[in-house]
Design a binder for this molecule. Structure first.
Ligand SMILES: [Zn+2]
Length: 94
């Protein structure tokens, strides 16, 4: 310990560090909370009718379960919408 660092300086230093940590923690919690209130997203799940391929994309107007949306890149079979669901928009990197 350097000689000019007395007990009061030390306490003051600890308090300052705690305050900084507390502020950082608080802003972290607030950021997390605000991220959790992001609007939920609608996701459309698309699967091959032969069940060898599946993907997810953003919901588009007109999507419904059972709709044929294209060809499977693996087997050329029909790609069908098999599910439409909501997710919370928390996947974005903060
Ligand atoms: Zn397929």
């Amino acid at each position: 310990m350097p000689p000019n660092l007395d007990i009061f300086t030390l306490i003051l230093l600890i308090m300052t560090i705690s305050l900084i940590l507390y502020t950082l923690l608080l802003s972290f919690i607030q950021r997390k909370a605000s991220r959790e209130t992001v609007k939920p997203k609608i996701i459309t799940k698309i699967s091959c009718m032969r069940d060898d391929y599946s993907e997810e994309r953003d919901f588009k107007k007109g999507d419904y379960v059972g709709l044929v949306v294209g060809k499977c890149p693996k087997c050329e079979g029909n790609l069908l919408i098999t599910a439409i669901y909501l997710i919370r928009g928390v996947k974005e990197k903060g």
